[in-house]
Design a protein around this ligand. Structure first.
Ligand code: SAM
Length: 304
């Protein structure tokens, strides 16, 4: 085929994906807005609304990249009414810093940067316990661990969330979704947004999600999916194959990375097949919901 990444052998995929996200890290948020016309914010808001996490939830957000899900999670658990689906789409990142800090900063928090502790501290913590990754819950005990294979994406995210005043209830870890550096049953919930299609072994990722969740824990995935209506699908196909790589070239001088992103969407299993993979990992009450004609789907399942 004329699309360059389609023939990439499995063993090279991880390396390619890593290059793509290192290339796009700095322009990632901007490109998301441009290419989806801001819709990705709505999808993520709806995702958080469907998740409806209770205060005190210990969340693992895998392939968390620049922290959009973590940001919405912390906002939601602090004040569920903050997620206003009809509000100005940019409201969540346009808040002036001082206001954000006033609202979200726990006065008891210090400003120590816990996630860049010295290597001997880190070793000490590794030796100590499996709960080494659960640090500094926010004032109501909620916590999100953002994990991503790409440090460049995490760096952009950490900086962004600090700017927005989120310095408690969150930690950042570099790691592969296919073999997570966490113990069995550590988390109440697991989210993965626009990340699982980039992984080489998707079933392995879901199995790992099952392993790190507590009994009763919830798996939630937001991912591009299949548009069932043939007419809408052909419009969508033209847009994604013809427009997105051009935008990638114009805005980020990077045709190939954006071509890869489009191809990865087409290769990912459709709603039903993906639901079956979630069931195969052991999850129960597996459901999905289409957003925007199936351009995106939310899948959910419970470990019970
Ligand atoms: N969740 C974020 C969001 O919704 O904006 C980021 C999504 S971004 C499209 C996909 C992310 O998946 C990238 O940050 C990439 O580094 C990460 N990723 C790719 N393969 C991974 C793997 N095997 N394990 C963990 N993260 C991975």
């Amino acid at each position: 085929t004329h699309f360059g990444f389609q023939s990439v052998p499995e063993e090279e995929k991880e390396q390619k994906v890593h290059e793509v996200f290192s290339n796009v890290a700095k322009t990632y948020d901007l490109m998301n807005d441009v290419m989806s016309g801001g819709l990705h914010r709505v999808w993520k808001d709806v995702f958080m609304d469907r998740f409806s996490p209770a205060p005190g939830t210990k969340l693992l957000d895998v392939a968390g990249g620049t922290g959009d899900i973590a940001q919405r999670f912390l906002k939601y658990v602090r004040s569920p009414t903050h997620i206003d689906l009809d509000s100005d789409l940019s409201a969540d990142i346009e808040l002036p810093r001082d206001i954000t800090a006033q609202v979200y900063m726990d006065p008891a928090e210090d400003t120590t940067d816990w996630s860049s502790s010295s290597s001997s501290d880190e070793e000490e913590r590794r030796k100590n316990s499996s709960s080494r990754y659960i640090q500094r819950p926010d004032q109501n005990g909620s916590h999100v661990t953002v994990s991503d294979i790409n440090q460049d994406m995490l760096d952009v995210g950490r900086e962004k969330l600090l700017q927005l005043g989120y310095n408690a209830g969150i930690s950042w870890f570099q790691g592969n979704a296919e073999s997570l550096p966490f113990s069995d049953g550590e988390f109440d919930a697991y989210t993965i947004a626009f990340g699982i299609r980039n992984c080489t072994h998707v079933q392995q990722v879901i199995n790992e999600a099952y392993r790190v969740l507590k009994p009763g824990g919830r798996f939630m995935c937001l991912e591009f999916s299949e548009v069932p209506n043939p007419l809408l699908r052909s419009v969508y196909d033209s847009y994604s194959f013809q427009v997105i790589p051009v935008m990638g070239q114009v805005i980020a001088s990077d045709w190939k990375s954006y071509q890869y992103l489009v191809e990865s969407i087409r290769r990912f299993p459709n709603q039903k097949d993906f639901a079956n993979m979630i069931k195969a990992a052991g999850f129960r009450m597996v459901r999905y919901e289409n957003l925007t004609f199936g351009v995106v789907a939310i899948h959910s399942g419970f470990k019970i």
